[in-house]
Design a protein around this ligand. Structure first.
Ligand code: PMP
Length: 287
């Protein structure tokens, strides 16, 4: 693999790209990220991801180093230079690399944010074998911090959670707080009961998924009722269907929760339909 990546203004072969050991992203997870999906060489929901990036940076008092059009240009350059047809563009902005390690934020005049972007190709994104079978999830305690609405690079617990799931023969974990599901390790969580789509309401407890916003809009347009409210693990286990959403998995059916099969144990009709609608509509609107 010899990708062209972007680091602080330069397009470089990945082996030549470097970030300081004093970078606060590396030392303190002091940074945010976005993942924008690419289909047919075009970006899905670029503006949604750009707006969430601005919000995440604002919440952490990091100045956005580029405007919308500059970000778009870097995304497009990387997609073109790496010949990405299906895959994603990852971007990360950290508070930068001051001279010394210190808990106090460095003077923003003296320390500029670090900007890194790279691409990953995945030809099986749309026609995903996992989506045809559905995924199994297990539930784990949500022990993350209280600002999950900020898309920071503190991903150790979600990564550990995914490993806990895999060790139990599942694909992913749903995190649970006070008996209620917050979200998946890297996706938003939904159940369907009697034709109603139920997903936790937006708050600081979950990431405000860009795919979530699009899917809820498409569901309403297709006359599928949506309830934005919390649900318990027991309610989830007795649901008719379930699914997760994220930029890189779109709508992914869930067929088992803590060993309890949902419905027939195959992806449900509403989740399957929502996946098709999401992919069709996103493809049409891609830039
Ligand atoms: N929740 C969490 C914890 C996530 O990491 C992600 C994906 N980054 C999502 C939800 C889904 O967000 P999006 O639809 O914007 O990819």
């Amino acid at each position: 693999m010899n990708r062209i990546v972007y680091v602080n203004g330069d397009y470089l072969p990945e082996g030549e790209a470097k970030v300081s050991i004093f970078d606060r992203g590396f030392l303190m997870a002091d940074g945010v990220y976005e993942v924008t999906t690419v289909i047919d060489g075009k970006l899905i929901d670029f503006d949604g991801h750009f707006m969430r990036l601005e919000r995440s940076l604002g919440e952490l008092d990091i100045t956005n180093p580029m405007d919308r059009d500059a970000w778009l240009e870097v995304h497009r350059q990387l997609v073109a230079q790496n010949g990405v047809d299906q895959g994603m563009v990852y971007l990360q902005v950290t508070r930068g690399a001051p001279g010394d390690r210190d808990f106090i934020f460095p003077d923003p005049e003296a320390t500029t944010p670090t900007v890194v972007l790279f691409t990953q190709s995945n030809p099986a994104l749309v026609d995903s074998p996992k989506a045809r079978k559905g995924i199994k999830v297990v539930t784990i305690d949500d022990i993350r911090w209280g600002r999950r609405d900020i898309k920071t690079v503190q991903l150790l617990y979600p990564s550990m959670g995914k490993m806990m799931a895999i060790r139990q023969g599942a694909d992913d974990a749903w995190m649970v707080q006070d008996g209620e599901v917050t979200e998946g390790t890297s996706n938003n969580a939904y159940i369907i009961k009697d034709g109603r789509i139920i997903t936790r309401a937006l708050s600081n407890d979950i990431l405000h998924g860009i795919t979530r916003a699009a899917v809820l809009r498409f569901a309403q347009e297709a006359q599928m009722p949506v309830e934005e409210r919390s649900f318990t693990v027991d309610e989830a286990k007795s649901a008719d269907e379930a699914f997760v959403t994220s930029a890189s998995t779109f709508v992914m059916p869930v067929v088992e929760i803590d060993g309890a099969k949902l419905g027939t144990g195959a992806p449900g009709p509403l989740a399957t339909r929502l996946r098709e609608i999401y992919i069709d509509e996103s493809r049409k609107a891609a830039i």
